[in-house]
Design a protein around this ligand. Sequence first.
Ligand code: F6P
Length: 320
Amino acid sequence: MKRIGVLTSGGDAPGMNAAIRAIVRTAIYMDMEIFGIERGFNGLIDGDISQMNRRDVGDIVHRGGTILKTARSESFLTDQGFARAINILESFRIEGLIVIGGNGSLSGALKLAKAGVKVIGIPGTIDNDLGYTDYTIGFDTAVNTALSAIGNIRDTSHSHDRTTIVEVMGRHCGDIAICTAIGGGAEIALIPEQPFDIDEVCRKLIEAKHRGKMSSIIIKAEGANIASQTLADLIIERTGVDAKVVILGYIQRGGSPTVRDRILASTLGFEAVKLLKNDIFNRAVGVTGDQVIHLELEEALAVEKDRLIALADLVDVFSI
Ligand code: F6P
């Protein structure tokens, strides 16, 4: 394979730039031409494609966001948009495509694969919601960003004998919430994968108060089954404990990637290009333990996501 393309899609994630850099430099090192596609699948449909050279990816390994920009493409989901994307790839004579993104983006890659395009998927999302890989690019940075906020919140929560509900990202996956809760010493983690029970939350807060614990941190994933302000109101009403809400929001998606994310992104970027160079395609790359792995894209997307949920129970143990 001689001409390949790369795009970033879905929500941005710290480390996407490190992956782009690795892909561009590896491709050139392996004597291939590499094309950057802007704004995810939208750029593919619109033909926003240009050849990249080694200097285009200078000074980006440490930067959050994605120099290729990203989007959640509505047009790609239409027959017309999808057909255009295929035509554009053909007219640019792009033989292999690397898609960096989360669940939805890799599903888009699979759709292309089924239409005959040679693709490789790289997991890039802060949510860590892909079951086939231990970690996705951006997750480690997002949790560290949340943790640095928790440090500040803890100080003021303690001074005011307050419960603070910190809402972190994760529409369908509680991994950011679980790891932030354990790493930040929170009392309770609420995640989309587990049923929410207001009585249990209030009981835990009252018991903690009886044990002399006057302030608490609750980490709530955005997808957990109750709105953060409603939860705060119910806590105040039922326990008499003051409760405030902090929504961390997009802060978690920006910032300089941690070394863990830079290395993950760089090794996965290298692996993706190596596979295409060897004419191996329709695979998703990822990691288990320290091992870089790759498996059929369809198989990868079918793997159930449950690896870190068991850790949710530890939040209870550590908050006694
Ligand atoms: O990147 C994943 C994610 O951060 C989710 O946790 C969140 O719900 C979503 O993206 C929101 O992103 P946007 O508003 O950019 O679509």
